[in-house]
Ligand binder design. Structure first.
Ligand SMILES: [Zn+2]
Ligand SMILES: [Zn+2]
Length: 146
């Protein structure tokens, strides 16, 4: 391999690492935007709920809040899912007991000692690449994960 070839392959590797990082960052930005949007939506729904409750009380009329409550719970569901994806991307697990952020690979919560339910990442037994938990094959070397 000539010096120039070595140089350009080195550049390519660096380029790949950077674009991978850039992808992760843009994905994080997207998820964060999604979270902010849904938080704003939730705030607005809560405000509407308060407003209609007040109106109903004030005028002494019967009001049905089911639709609003249902919508808020839908937004909550979306928020939980998006937050989980973001945490997974960042390699953070949230302790289900105390809510502490636990760094990836930990088996127990550092604050309360609760065992971490399932690891978000596993390692390929062959090439030791980090893979999403539940992967059946390594995406880097093709090894079967037992
Ligand atoms: Zn904990
Ligand atoms: Zn592998």
């Amino acid at each position: 391999m000539s010096f120039i070839d070595k140089l350009s392959s080195g550049v390519n590797e660096a380029g790949n690492t950077i674009s991978q990082k850039a992808r992760e960052i843009s994905e994080q930005t997207k998820l964060t935007g999604e979270i902010n949007k849904n938080r704003a939506r939730r705030d607005e729904l809560i405000r509407q709920l308060g407003e209609s409750y007040y109106q109903a009380k004030q005028s002494g009329t019967e009001a049905n809040f089911d639709e609003l409550v249902h919508e808020i719970s839908l937004v909550d569901g979306i928020l939980a899912k998006v937050t989980e994806s973001l945490n997974q991307l960042k390699g953070i697990v949230i302790c289900e007991k105390c809510g502490t952020e636990i760094s990836k690979g930990s088996a127990f919560c550092p604050s309360c000692g609760t065992p971490v339910k399932e690891p978000t990442v596993i390692r390929c037994p062959k090439c030791s690449a980090e893979l999403a938990a539940g992967s059946r094959f390594c995406v880097y070397c093709g090894a079967k994960i037992e």
